[in-house]
Design a protein around this ligand. Structure first.
Ligand SMILES: *Cc1c(COP(=O)(O)O)cnc(C)c1O
Length: 488
């Protein structure tokens, strides 16, 4: 029987944390006061901004405090119990606990807590898929037992084989991510890439179209996951497609891991039972430290474990420790409430926009983000993003499907609810946020260029709007203080 421990309130925890931060900052100040100053200012800036960036959040003081210590000093390349350095017993504890919480939380067969970031988690996943699917049979064909026995000619063949592999992922303008095989990222040099988009009418994922492309392209890896698609994915359908064409299904849940952890996405919408490998960041909706995580079916475990030294050096043990703390937090019942609130708030934000005549990509949301199409206001995404920032609202511009303004200026603004939900914002607050945003956009006009055409970057906001919006945003923030009780 588990004993019922009453949890201290966030206020009590933050008050305790205040002492630690005051002491830490006074020590830092003796060495480089500008850094202590930047740390203090960042807290003030975070407290004062209406943060709608869908990939950001606020980790708990417990998570943040876990990172500032001597675990950072230890080298621990290898895996639990098999390190290349002596004296790793405490790091072993840290990594074991982090992996255990990850497995239990997500119901995963295997968890690897070492990746330093989401991009690293994806690299570990890609290499483990290549090692598992390409390298092993190749070695047998070459008649050698280990990679060191390959001849130069064998290597040449192998290199060609690796380079000939194909990956299929969501297109960038439909909401996919650069690490899913696109040219500016190394994944685009490791794989021949093709993408699937969304239906031109509904802007929703079209599984028949994904299946059609997969049958034709025959990818080694089918990638599902996104950074800017405002809808859930049916991973059972994705797994069916992957099975049919012999692909490994890799799901990158970097953005929505918190909704999986909080059991908002269950059944066919939970990637873990359906995918061979699931990667994630830990700092977005999961509300942990900045880092990555790989979950895998047991079949892939040994190859995932080769993440170090394949693409990683020594693990960031202090960050792994903070991942363990964040995952422990995510296993509490309160986190399920949080995750449900994130989704409910996104719905309220979307409804707030729709009721004011705004256009949303896919017509709404059923996850943690909304993609607002700003073309109807005569603005580019860049102008909208800047005008909102001038008004105290922090968002980021984002391409919409088949964006006429391209990936730099764009025609959209992406808005997410995880951060403000952590501050305690509810559906009424998000309706007000929608009202404020529409208020700014309808009073913003693009500055015309010399030829008289509307420009893509400059704009003017009607007198007094930015100031009034700023003030309204401050009121909302004042009702939901960030880290209440934390006093530096
Ligand atoms: C944010 C994100 C990443 C990259 O995470 P980093 O920690 O910034 O490297 C990878 N994949 C997806 C889908 C993301 O949204």
């Amino acid at each position: 029987m588990e004993s019922v421990v009453s949890q201290p309130t966030p206020e009590t925890l933050a008050a305790k944390a205040s002492e630690s931060y005051r002491a830490a900052l006074s020590v830092i100040e003796t060495v480089e006061p500008r850094i202590a100053g930047a740390i203090r200012s960042e807290l003030a800036d975070q407290r004062d901004s209406l943060k709608l960036i869908a990939s950001e959040n606020y980790a708990s003081p417990a998570v943040l405090l876990t990172m500032g210590n001597w675990l950072s000093d230890k080298y621990a390349e290898g895996t639990v119990g098999h390190r290349f350095y002596a004296g790793c017993q405490n790091v072993d504890t840290v990594e074991t606990v982090a992996a255990e919480h990850a497995r239990e939380l997500f119901g995963a067969e295997y968890a690897y807590a070492q990746p330093h970031s989401g991009i690293d988690a994806n690299l570990v996943a890609f290499w483990s898929i290549l090692a598992h699917r390409v390298e092993t049979p190749a070695l047998e064909e070459f008649g050698v037992r280990q990679i060191n026995d390959l001849s130069e000619a064998d290597w040449e063949t192998l290199r060609k084989r690796f380079g000939e592999q194909r990956a299929l992922g969501m297109s960038l303008d439909a909401g996919g991510h650069l690490t899913h095989g696109f040219r500016p990222n190394i994944s685009g040099k490791m794989f021949h890439q093709r993408s699937y988009g969304t239906d031109p009418e509904t802007q929703l994922l079209d599984y028949d179209e994904v299946a059609r492309i997969a049958r034709e392209f025959k990818p080694l890896v089918l990638i599902a996951g996104y950074s800017a698609y405002p809808r859930r994915i049916n991973f059972a359908k994705m797994a069916e497609i992957a099975d049919e064409v012999g692909a490994t299904l890799m799901v990158d849940m970097a953005h929505f891991a918190g909704l999986v952890a909080g059991k908002v996405f269950t059944g066919d919408e939970d990637p873990v039972p359906h995918a061979d490998i699931v990667t994630t960041t830990t700092h977005k909706s999961l509300r942990g430290p900045r880092g990555g995580l790989v979950l895998a079916k047991q079949e892939y475990a040994a190859d995932v474990d080769r993440g170090c030294p394949m693409v990683l050096g020594g693990p960031l043990s202090h960050v792994m420790a903070a991942k363990a703390v964040a995952l422990a937090e995510a296993r509490r019942p309160e986190f399920r409430t949080y995750a449900q609130n994130v989704a409910d708030n996104a719905k309220a934000l979307a409804d707030g926009f729709l009721s004011r005549g705004a256009k949303l990509v896919t017509g709404g949301t059923d996850n943690h983000l909304v993609l607002l199409d700003v073309a109807g206001y005569g603005l580019t995404g860049r102008q909208a993003e800047s005008a909102l920032l001038d008004s105290g609202i922090v968002t980021n511009r984002n391409a919409v499907p088949n964006d006429p303004n391209g990936a730099w200026y764009t025609s959209g603004v992406r808005l997410g609810t995880p951060a403000l939900t952590s501050r305690g914002f509810g559906p009424d607050d998000f309706d007000r946020v929608a009202e404020l945003i529409i208020g700014v956009l309808t009073k913003t006009t693009p500055t015309t260029t010399k030829s008289g055409a509307p420009g893509k970057a400059k704009y003017t906001i009607s007198d007094g709007i930015a100031e009034a919006t700023h003030q309204a945003a401050e009121e909302l923030l004042g009702n939901h203080p960030l880290y209440p009780g934390l006093d530096l």
